[in-house]
Ligand binder design. Structure first.
Ligand code: B12
Length: 221
């Protein structure tokens, strides 16, 4: 018998967007998987499996873009389920701004994290890819978040992240906790502190634990 990921991959490899969306909605409605399982065990691996383009490929880019678009459609289609979970969770009254540095276009992992923050009692403000540093500082001034979560995929954009973090520190001193995540840190975890970050998180479980700590610090429970 095929597992959920294998069933999804059959539809995904055929670029069958409608059936991919239907599969996910049925799976959530029938409690076959949760949103964290969907993101971490089905959709994330489906994108990791997108092949690197070879020099002689002339069709890999449009295929990668279509697959990315299918995943985006799914994530936005299930937002009503995130809203329901949010309603059932005690608000922590902390905001999180989620952003990628300039030139970083990979934002799907960060977008998933935004839902995870919401599902654990935070109020997330997802700004997303390629955001001018100045704009991040304006968003922070206007929202007063406890956390800024920065997603970096391309290792070569680490210096952009460092500039962003130093701008945030200059403008907002040290009252903001900077969370870092994304594949740029795989096998490279010391970079987190080299570029000025405070925390490195990778999963729904990490965010759930952060929420438990924040709740304990506020209420002692
Ligand atoms: C989709 C994709 C794109 C899309 C992005 C669309 C979008 N809106 O996000 C598009 C088409 C735009 C794109 C463009 C490019 N891409 Co691209 N892309 C990918 C692909 C296929 C999947 C990435 C993805 O979304 N994975 C799924 C998500 C869910 O995984 P994730 O990001 O790791 O997120 C998880 C965790 O890391 C974590 N997480 C992620 N972010 C954060 C943030 C925080 C704060 C926290 C706490 C956690 C967290 O949570 C997630 C859930 O588990 C990979 C292939 C691969 N094998 O990885 C290549 C890949 C990442 N791309 C690559 C490249 C080279 C490019 C381009 C430079 C290609 C080009 N020549 O034009 C461009 C430009 C990119 C740029 N300047 O940013 C390389 C990166 C190599 C490197 N240097 O590291 C890869 C690995 C492909 C490859 N094998 O060469 N890409």
């Amino acid at each position: 018998m095929k597992n959920h990921k294998e069933e999804f991959m059959l539809l995904f490899e055929e670029f069958n967007k409608d059936e991919c969306v239907r599969f996910v909605l049925n799976g959530l409605n029938n409690n076959r998987f949760t949103i964290p399982e969907l993101y971490e065990e089905i959709l994330g691996p489906a994108l990791y499996a997108v092949d690197e383009c070879k020099n002689d490929d002339n069709d890999c880019i449009w295929r990668e873009h279509v697959k990315t678009a299918i995943v985006r459609t799914i994530i936005e289609s299930i937002y009503p389920y995130v809203i329901e979970i949010k309603k059932s969770v005690k608000p922590l009254n902390h905001k999180v701004v989620l952003v990628c540095p300039e030139k970083e276009y990979h934002e799907i992992g960060l977008r998933m994290m935004s839902d995870f923050f919401d599902m654990n009692g935070y109020e997330s403000i997802f700004i997303g890819s390629n955001t001018p540093r100045e704009q991040v500082c304006v968003a922070i001034s206007q929202n007063n978040p406890k956390y800024v979560a920065i997603g970096i995929t391309d290792f070569y954009l680490m210096f952009e992240a460092k500039k962003l973090i130093s701008n945030i520190r200059e403008r907002h001193e040290n009252r903001i906790t900077i969370i870092l995540g994304g594949t740029a840190f795989l096998n490279n975890s010391t970079a987190i502190f080299d570029i000025g970050g405070d925390l490195y998180l990778t999963s729904h479980n990490d965010i759930r634990n952060l929420a438990k700590e924040d709740s304990f610090n506020e209420t002692g429970i």
